[in-house]
Design a protein around this ligand. Structure first.
Ligand code: XCC
Length: 654
């Protein structure tokens, strides 16, 4: 194997499959990333391609000090300054990311409503308790009405959040009071989800908003419409419809594929197709059909966030994260890759040409040239899913001899919804975050970090996630995870309770042992970052850690981000008061003024700010420094020193 390949990932299964791809002549993302270097001007945010007078490139001239006159002359054809261009590009990314999460949320509401009206056979209300809680929160009459009637009211109220033109999003009321007041004072409380996205697209059109601060301000309002709007609605209704996750054991990595079964991977983001495939793959008639084709059974596995969705609720194993999507095909053992929306590389269709894998698209807004399209009809979900699985089974006899499934697979515990954490910490009858807050106050736990986001082939696959999280837990920081980042840590073996003794600092390990949880908690898909907002709010409301999210000893990070959704998520965390560090590259780095505004001024405005640090160890240190700064402000920094260095005192505190 070429030495270069060994440096692409820290995951042996990934390396093995990149090598196989090279030998098989399949061109995967790792090779493409070598052949296409990022355009340095675009990467730094210094290129404007919004109108046809350009594209205009406005980078700072390298190697010489810029005079004020030169700076003044460094504009686009329309006169847009480098600041406007950088802020406009950044804000557009937020709009795109918010749109993706919002459209996902909208689809969930539609299926929720169809299920409540009895028009989507196979889907039903699974979490009645959460339905009732939502009804109380949204002022829906319960009385002696049926679950269906209540659900229709809830569905209609939440559907209205997307097209609402006035007022503010209903879930903003979930935030700490102080935060709500700040948003209102700043004018960043979102009105309607779609309205914020549309307005941001308008503002960033040629010749509209040309004040970088005003643009970034609109970016905050749009991002908040994601975190406290589209994403939160998706999470809440998915929980009611498919069940609120609770801890379960599963496995992860390419080793979950099976030699002798029909392997089907479901890849993308939305759970409704995957939910039905999970049910249908158990159908005895289909299992028998698979046997008739020479297979021992049907093996369903997930990829990217769809994987997280069905892992959290059904324990379906995960084949891998973002950069492994093509490699699953390279095993030669994959009959079908069923995709819905987001994070699906067009490259899978090309790689599939080298093997027998069928790429099946299921959503009319996400088709791929060369793929088979089987439209998933949620009104006839069972039949649609059956059709998809049958297509995969029919492909089993086409599997060639060039099959190699890597051995690697790791155990993981997933399913840590906000409700579960509440229950695990406080018990069934007094569910609360009190024990977490107490352990933060007494210093056993230093703070909490959300480490989330994608993979990016510009850095070593999974490495930054694992290095950062190990450093955090070693320093007694409890880590909450979602997305492809969670998968990286699960593959590295950190999502089992035993990992606490091996990797966590003494204080955190002690708490994990007492509660029986891993030091790294899997909260779900990227839309479930909304669970982190809720968890942070619950910590504030439980008391003792200040009266706003920005007071908490907490930080966020996406060390290997790549998608526009990650920027939207980061911005809503920052605008909710969280210090957030990104790795890989920073999209405004070519403009110091805009970057300083995001990295410094934002703290005075929102109590949270952005940072960029590609070295994951240094980034973890920044997060720990921030956590310590917040501990100091809360007056709990002393408690921590005692816990760490004086065992006698520690016993006294118990
Ligand atoms: Fe996509 Fe959600 Fe990123 Fe992974 S983490 S690469 S967005 S699948 Ni969401």
């Amino acid at each position: 194997m070429a030495e270069e390949i060994k440096k692409k990932s820290i995951d042996p299964a990934t390396i093995e499959m990149i090598d196989k791809a090279v030998q098989d002549g399949a061109r995967v993302v790792f090779q493409r990333a070598e052949q296409i270097r990022p355009c340095p001007i675009g990467a730094d945010g210094n290129c404007c391609s919004i109108c046809a007078m350009g594209p205009c490139r406005v980078p700072v001239p390298k190697g010489r000090e810029e005079t004020p006159e030169q700076k003044k002359a460094r504009t686009g054809v329309c006169g847009a300054t480098a600041e406007t261009i950088a802020a406009r590009n950044f804000t557009r990314k937020i709009a795109a990311g918010t749109a993706a999460h919002a459209d996902h949320g909208r689809k969930v509401v539609e299926i929720f409503l169809a299920a409540a009206r009895g028009e989507a056979k196979g889907y039903e209300i699974k979490d009645e308790q959460k339905l009732m809680q939502l009804a109380l929160e949204l002022g829906v009459t319960i009385g002696d009405r049926s679950n269906q009637e209540i659900a229709i009211d809830i569905g209609e109220i939440l559907r209205n959040e997307f097209g609402k033109q006035e007022g503010e999003l209903l879930f903003l009321k979930r935030a700490p009071l102080k935060r709500q007041e700040l948003w209102r004072k700043l004018g960043v409380a979102p009105r309607g989800i779609d309205r914020e996205v549309v307005e941001t697209m308008h503002r960033t059109h040629m010749g509209v908003d040309q004040d970088y601060q005003n643009l970034l301000h609109a970016g905050s309002r749009t991002a908040l419409a994601d975190g406290w709007g589209g994403s939160m609605i998706a999470t809440e209704l998915q929980d009611v419809l498919f069940g609120t996750p609770s801890p379960l054991l599963s496995q992860i990595n390419l080793g979950v594929l099976k030699e002798d079964e029909v392997n089907i991977i479901i890849h993308g983001h939305e759970p409704q197709v995957a939910e039905m495939l999970a049910v249908v793959s158990q159908d005895p008639e289909l299992i028998e059909y698979a046997r008739s084709k020479g297979a021992k059974g049907i093996n369903l596995a997930g990829m990217c966030c769809t994987a997280n969705e069905i892992l959290m609720r059904h324990g379906i194993p995960i084949a891998g994260n973002f950069l492994q999507q093509e490699l699953a095909i390279v095993t030669g053992a994959l009959e079908a890759m069923v995709v819905d929306v987001q994070c699906i590389m067009q490259g899978i269709a090309d790689v599939a040409q080298c093997y027998h894998t069928k790429i099946i698209t299921t959503d009319s807004k996400s088709k791929i040239e060369g793929a088979t399209h089987i439209e998933f009809d949620e009104h006839n979900a069972y039949e649609s899913a059956k059709n998809i699985i049958k297509t995969a089974i029919d492909n089993f006899p086409e599997r060639g001899k060039n099959v190699h499934i890597p051995k690697q697979k790791a155990d993981l515990i997933a399913g840590f919804s906000h409700e579960t954490i509440n229950y695990l910490l406080g018990g069934m009858f007094r569910a609360s975050y009190r024990p977490l807050n107490d352990n933060i106050i007494n210093g056993r736990i230093r703070g909490v970090a959300g480490v989330v986001g994608c993979n990016n082939p510009r850095v070593i696959h999974d490495e930054a996630h694992v290095v950062m999280v190990k450093e955090l837990i070693k320093n007694d920081v409890l880590v909450l995870q979602t997305g492809c980042s969670a998968m990286a840590l699960a593959k590295a073996g950190l999502m089992v309770p035993e990992a606490a003794a091996e990797y966590a600092g003494a204080g955190l390990a002690e708490v994990c042992e007492a509660v029986g949880i891993p030091p790294v908690l899997h909260l779900g898909a990227c839309i479930d970052n909304s669970r982190i907002l809720i968890a942070a709010t619950a910590m504030v409301k439980d008391g003792g850690l200040g009266d706003d999210i920005s007071d908490l000893p907490a930080a966020g990070a996406a060390p290997e981000w790549m998608s526009e959704k990650a920027i939207a998520i980061g911005q809503y965390f920052v605008a909710s008061g969280v210090f957030t560090v990104f790795g890989v590259t920073w999209p405004t780095i070519g403009d110091k003024v805009v970057t300083d505004h995001l990295f410094k001024d934002f703290e005075n405005i929102y109590g949270g700010k952005w940072a960029f640090e590609p070295d994951p160890l240094k980034a973890a240190q920044l997060m720990i420094e921030h956590i310590d700064k917040k501990r100091k402000a809360l007056g709990i920094d002393k408690a921590r020193e005692r816990v760490l260095y004086d065992m006698a005192m520690r016993r006294e505190m118990e």
